[in-house]
Design a protein around this ligand. Sequence first.
Ligand code: ATP
Length: 329
Amino acid sequence: MIEAHDLTKRYGSKTAVDGVSFTVRPGVVTGFLGPNGAGKSTTMRMIMGLDRPTAGSVTVNGHPYARLHAPLTEVGALLEARAVHPGRSAYQHLRALAATHGIPDSRVDEVVELTGLAPVARKRVGGFSLGMGQRLGIATALLGDPRTLILDEPVNGLDPEGVLWVRNLAKHLASEGRTVFLSSHLMSEVALTADHVIVIGRGRILADAPVSEFVDSASRRSVRVRTPGAATLREALERAGASVAVPRPDDEADALAQGPGRHGAPPRAEVLEVTGLDAPAIGELALTSGVVLHELTPVRSTLEDAYMELTADAVEYRTSPTEDQETAR
Ligand SMILES: Nc1ncnc2c1ncn2[C@@H]1O[C@H](COP(=O)(O)OP(=O)(O)OP(=O)(O)O)[C@@H](O)[C@H]1O
């Protein structure tokens, strides 16, 4: 279990983590999701006692990291840029770590096997691919057979088989009753791996919910309707219990959809975005209301869309078209 209370980290005038409170529970995989620079790594470093909070606190299994008696057996972490002596082999690295923590060599063999490192375990770590390095990092995190695991972007640099392996491993570790907290900047990855999601943006918690709930609330279904009888249809739709929004007009697309003007042209068609009724029901309602439809399109926002929308204001580095144009000049 990981518990954070009003956890805050400032670097000079920069607030990397801004008073966050959350609980990461055992038995499930919790995804920690946020765009680059959102504060994920800083939060994870504070959990592992590598960064001191400016304010607030965070505990692992009920204690601050620094007060854990045998930290390696309580919490294992894969953090970015883990320092491993490049001249050592994976075996030497793991054996040295095991020896200094009273962990038997047999456990080294187990984690080497579990992480698929066996074929390269006697080679110099300096020559490892990014993927092999990630596997070694995960082997190191698992060495003490800890109850809690913290994995910062664990699928970074892995090939599709490696990504699948991390996914299954995380689920397996959680099914054994462990606390598994993994960060990612990819919504799709978290949706496939995690049971629960905590979304962070600009150092603040934007969502904290079971993934299924987040997906349901996020992937809104709507129907796009274009009609010259917008006012009449809108009234009928609202009477039938639907919600109607008028999206921001896209003048160019609208003009194209209207077609060339002609004498005695029908009234200009307007676009309505309808939620709460499906396309067939809207079509039938239009017929009974005597309204002509020019378009009736079911729209489903994807999970990725919803995540982008949620974090849109929280993205730190964004190139706007105007900036690009200005730089090009
Ligand atoms: N040592 C530091 N000194 C100054 N600013 C820092 C430091 N570490 C992080 N930051 C800043 O704090 C913010 C949060 O960074 P952090 O690395 O925690 O984000 P992140 O969500 O892990 O993003 P990424 O996926 O890019 O690693 C960023 O604006 C970053 O530039």
